[in-house]
Design a protein. Structure first.
Length: 95
């Protein structure tokens, strides 16, 4: 699992982590444009609603954003699917 996926998963599932980490995350920390878009969407949601976004809310954000390219949209969709997967304790131990 990529570190970026771990960061995003924790941002979406752990409110204490979100509140502690989000002020320090910068777009330049993410090499891939779709990861930067994901960070922008999460930060924007937190700023607007002061709560943790769901993957469904992020999907709607991406669908409504006309500046996202087709490749980015596909990549973001894959990322959201990955973030929706449940990670079992056994998977963590096996790695």
């Amino acid at each position: 699992m990529k570190i970026e996926t771990t960061i995003f998963r924790n941002l979406l599932t752990d409110d204490a982590y979100l509140r502690a980490v989000i002020p320090f995350l910068k777009e330049e920390y993410f090499a891939v444009s779709s990861e930067r878009r994901m960070l922008q969407a999460i930060q924007g949601f937190v700023e607007q609603y002061n709560s943790t976004p769901t993957t469904e809310a992020l999907a709607i954000t991406f669908q409504n954003d006309k500046t996202i390219t087709e490749d980015e949209f596909k990549s973001l969709g894959s990322m959201l699917e990955e973030l929706d997967k449940k990670v079992g304790f056994e998977v963590i131990i096996d790695k």
